[in-house]
Design a protein around this ligand. Structure first.
Ligand code: XUL
Ligand code: CO
Length: 431
């Protein structure tokens, strides 16, 4: 045990606790026939919690962690302390990028050796912990070589470097028993069309994703391949704009049955959608996979990656997750970073513990809304005419037949209330 979290006891469920305990997250509580822990499937993001130094566009690092630096010893210390936090929180999962867990080497081969060594070290840590890998991914955006993209780069050597990196990350995810492999299109986009061959870049990205799927089958990886949509930032325009855009892309490259979505709350907002819109759309298209549960500041209009703190929003998100049948390989990843003034180890614990409680409250509200059934009953009633023989036959018909019957029957449809305020009042009874 290091003394990094020396002030922090393991967190327990205690509804009356004032500080550093779960007041709502009770892993064993049964909701809709399933333990709360198995519904929520929380994961800690290695990058924000252990690799991000607290910089912003106006200033450098604010965090001084004892494991910061580029040596293998420090990477092992980082892993030790990360697992101490996973144990204190009792989280079932974590997620990584290659660059979060290993120091970059002088060459590709050296980076690969560092990576493989740390992966084995993490496997050793997992043997003494209950925390498992939700997903692995490759950081194909931080190093300057990726400034013009990875798969979509004008330079084929960057494509090759990226493909080799994803191969290594998929191997490691598989070896660690990871449940998913994520591809977020870091800098797969453009700054200006004046220097960009958009058609060619999209084709490169499509082929790259096909290769990832081919490799998954080759190595027998049973987890899901997930794409994480985002509309902009870091590029002015990202090719994986939102769920609808990615679905079109998957169809174009024949991948709609192979790839699912990792949907991030903050990315949905950046795309001008609500989180629940993106979840409902992915579910309706059969490509819902997992979520990144971190919000943006609504005033700044930027990807601020904050821990969730809004129960009504979270409740509507889990309402869609539950209606989609819940997570299968996916889970709730906190792709969230502390504010840069939150320096203390205790802040790291509090950020996660508070987020877990907010999610538990949202989940409980969502389950109660489904259990109550009024909302779903009112939705069903709104469309009930479509389930009659008349309604059903309409979709089998054609314009000419319909036009003739409209004239013959002299129909006179009357508008009906959408009852939005009543529905919102019902939601408010549960949140
Ligand atoms: C970036 C983002 C990433 C992905 C993983 O906005 O969300 O951290 O989740 O690469
Ligand atoms: Co994310």
């Amino acid at each position: 045990m290091s003394d990094f979290f020396k002030e922090v006891p393991p967190l327990k469920f205690d509804p009356d606790a004032k500080h550093l305990a779960f007041r709502h997250y009770n892993p064993d509580e049964i909701l809709m026939g399933k333990r709360m822990e198995d519904h929520l499937r929380f994961a800690v993001a290695y990058w924000h919690s252990f690799a991000w130094p607290g910089g912003d566009p106006f200033g450098g690092p604010t965090f001084e962690r004892p494991w910061f630096g580029d040596t293998m010893d420090l990477a092992r210390m980082k892993a030790d302390i990360a697992f101490e936090m996973f144990d204190l929180l009792g989280v079932p999962f974590f997620c990584w990028h290659d660059a979060d867990i290993r120091p970059e080497g002088e060459t590709f081969a050296q980076s690969q050796r560092n990576f493989e060594e740390i992966v084995d070290y993490l496997i050793g840590k997992m043997e003494n912990s209950r925390t498992r890998l939700l997903w692995g991914t490759a950081n194909l955006f931080s190093h300057r070589r990726f400034m013009a993209g990875a798969a979509t780069n004008p330079d084929p050597e960057i494509f090759a470097w990226s493909a080799a990196t994803v191969k290594n990350c998929m191997d490691a995810t598989h070896k660690m028993g990871g449940q998913n492999y994520v591809l977020w299109g870091g800098r797969e986009g453009y700054e200006t069309l004046l220097n960009t061959d958009l058609k060619r870049e999209r084709q490169q990205a499509g082929r790259f994703l096909q290769m990832a799927v081919e490799y998954k089958h080759k190595i027998g990886f049973q987890g899901a391949i997930l794409v994480e949509p985002k509309p902009q930032e870091p590029s002015k325009h990202q090719y994986d704009y939102d769920v609808a855009t990615v679905y079109g892309f998957l169809k174009e490259f024949g991948l709609e049955h192979e790839v699912q979505m990792n949907i991030e709350q903050g990315h949905a907002i950046l795309a001008g959608h609500s989180f629940e819109h993106e979840l409902a759309l992915a579910s309706s298209l059969g490509i819902f996979g997992s979520i990144d549960m971190n919000r943006n500041d609504y005033q700044s209009g930027w990807d601020t990656d904050q821990f969730p703190n809004n129960v009504p929003e979270v409740a509507l998100a889990y309402y869609e997750v539950l209606k989609a049948g819940g997570f299968k390989t996916g889970g709730t990843n906190f792709d969230a970073k502390l504010r840069r003034q939150s320096l203390n180890p205790e802040d790291l614990i509090a950020g996660h513990a508070g987020a877990m409680d907010i999610c538990a409250r949202g989940l409980k509200a969502a389950a109660a809304m489904l259990d109550d059934g009024t909302l779903e009953a009112m939705r069903v009633e709104r469309y009930a005419e479509w389930d009659t023989d008349n309604g059903k036959s309409l979709l089998q018909s054609d314009f000419e037949t319909i036009a003739a019957s409209v004239l013959k029957n002299g129909i006179d449809p009357q508008p009906k209330s959408g009852r939005q305020e009543i529905l919102e009042n019902i939601v408010n009874r549960f949140v």
